[in-house]
Design a protein around this ligand. Structure first.
Ligand SMILES: Cc1cc2nc3c(=O)[nH]c(=O)nc-3n(C[C@H](O)[C@H](O)[C@H](O)COP(=O)(O)OP(=O)(O)OC[C@H]3O[C@@H](n4cnc5c(N)ncnc54)[C@H](O)[C@@H]3O)c2cc1C
Length: 264
């Protein structure tokens, strides 16, 4: 154990992180937010061979999954989402008309699944703006979360053919476009979530997955916050299915691009 010194440790980390970081400066898809919808989207797109970068502002990916409801670390979901659990090997239990899964197991499995499919997750990286060129989103402007808007330090850009806003209630990227008046029929502010109606909210986050602006897609709770869907609490089937649907929609759009833009 004495064949290295402290500088070797630092150098190993620097070299490995630099390689990871450099690889995703140009990605096919940047997903912002590593909650359930963002992780599924990143996993599914990486699985079909896309270069995927997932930016997460917190230390731990997983978003709202970890705490279930009231900090009770079990999540509820509907039968329509069980295939996704089965694909990851996550156990579930039957509870009347619903199912539950261990929040720890689900978070860990989603993270591992995305990474094993080839996605890169950069944590402590906060998206703060979008690059827009010729009326199309072409990348994400991000900074270290710990720097954020606390210090006068410039951010860095991750370019992408498609960007997914999976930032949950904050709908951070939709708000960037909205405050610049770039959204069609842009209201003064995004509507935010409506009152709780769990079944309707779950349908909403799946049915209304869309490309909000050329190059920018929405998934999960961002869909509700941007389009005024009902809130739904600690039920997660809609989030998983929303992530799967946005991945299919993005893949369909990328497949229509010319061979040069494909870059695979
Ligand atoms: C605090 C909290 C409040 C909740 N409130 C509701 C509610 O009101 N209604 C409801 O129906 N359900 C609520 N839930 C339940 C449930 O957790 C969410 O509906 C579900 O987690 C949403 O999944 P998601 O993938 O859309 O986003 P989330 O699980 O919220 O994940 C979003 C991820 O994006 C990251 N992120 C945010 N901004 C940035 C940025 N700028 N750059 C990089 N990463 C970013 C976050 O850190 C997070 O990891 C809440 C959960 C939590 C933890």
């Amino acid at each position: 154990m004495d064949s290295f010194d402290e500088v070797d440790v630092s150098r190993a980390i620097l070299d490995a992180y630099h390689a990871k970081f450099a690889k995703v400066l140009r990605s096919d898809v940047v997903v912002v937010g590593a909650g359930p919808s963002g992780l599924v989207a990143g996993w599914k797109l990486a699985q079909v061979g896309r270069r995927v970068c997932i930016l997460e502002k917190r230390l731990s990916p997983g978003g709202g999954i970890w705490g279930g409801s009231l900090g009770m670390n079990e999540i509820a979901l509907e039968k329509e989402a069980l295939d996704i659990l089965d694909e990851m090997g996550v156990a579930h239990q039957v509870h009347g008309r619903l199912f539950t899964a261990d929040a720890m197991q689900l978070s860990a499995a989603l993270i591992l699944q995305a990474l094993r499919a080839g996605a890169t997750i950069l944590n402590l990286m906060m998206a703060e703006d979008l690059c827009v060129r010729s009326q199309r989103v072409t990348g994400v402007v991000a900074n270290r979360s710990l720097i954020g808007d606390q210090l006068p330090v410039d951010p860095i850009v991750f370019s992408a053919k498609a960007v997914i806003d999976a930032t949950g209630h904050e709908a951070v990227l939709a708000k960037c476009l909205q405050r610049r008046g770039l959204l069609r029929d842009s209201p003064d502010r995004l509507p935010g979530e409506g009152p709780m109606d769990a079944p309707a909210g779950e349908r909403f986050v799946v049915d209304r997955v869309a490309e909000l602006y050329p190059g920018l897609w929405m998934t999960g709770m961002s869909v509700s916050a941007s389009l005024g869907g009902p809130r739904m609490g600690a039920i997660f089937g809609g989030m998983l299915l929303s992530g799967k649907k946005v991945a299919a929609s993005v893949e369909q759009a990328l497949a229509k691009l010319g061979p040069e833009a494909q870059g695979r």
